[in-house]
Write a protein of this length. Structure first.
Length: 165
């Protein structure tokens, strides 16, 4: 499904997000359905670790990252997008500022993912080691929590299951 040679969530996410069409699909789910892309990438990473996501684990992760996401990640993203909409991309000085905001946004997302990974390490290893994550099971579980229908889930799963180019 994704690069399984990467063990930490951040590097895994960067490698997966760089794959053809993945970024566009993630942003579309974010914009159209309110999907938290960092949680989505975490769900995929969990599967690579052989960990099945359940309601308690998902809620614990959401609780851990909620304030950071709401107060820092989302406002930085909104500011970056608003600048692009208002000023376009032709002014190099403004693009420099927007680039710095994007870097701050990425650093904020990295911190969020560090917390997601840390939450995972608090889980009882006995229960984690004996579980098997069905391909796409965690993704489907998370997206269904947001009432996303199967016809919107399947294309993402198909894309993620494509072999690397």
């Amino acid at each position: 499904m994704a690069p399984d040679t990467v063990s930490n969530l951040w590097d895994f996410s960067l490698a997966l997000y760089a794959r053809a069409d993945v970024a566009d699909a993630c942003v579309r789910l974010q914009d159209e359905h309110g999907v938290n892309v960092n949680l989505l990438l975490w769900c995929i990473w969990l599967e690579q670790q052989g960990i099945v996501l359940d309601t308690a684990r998902l809620h614990a992760a959401q609780k851990r990252i909620h304030a950071w996401d709401e107060h820092y990640v989302i406002p930085l993203r909104q500011l970056r997008r608003r600048m692009k909409a208002e000023f376009g991309v032709n002014d190099d000085t403004i693009e420099g500022v927007r680039s710095q905001i994007k870097q701050a946004e990425l650093l904020a997302e990295k911190q969020l993912q560090l917390w997601l990974e840390a939450v995972t390490h608090t889980w009882d290893e006995a229960n984690v080691a004996d579980t098997y994550a069905a391909v796409g099971g965690n993704i489907r579980f998370y997206l269904e929590q947001l009432n996303i229908i199967e016809t919107d889930i399947v294309p993402l799963l198909d894309m993620l299951n494509r072999p690397l180019d």
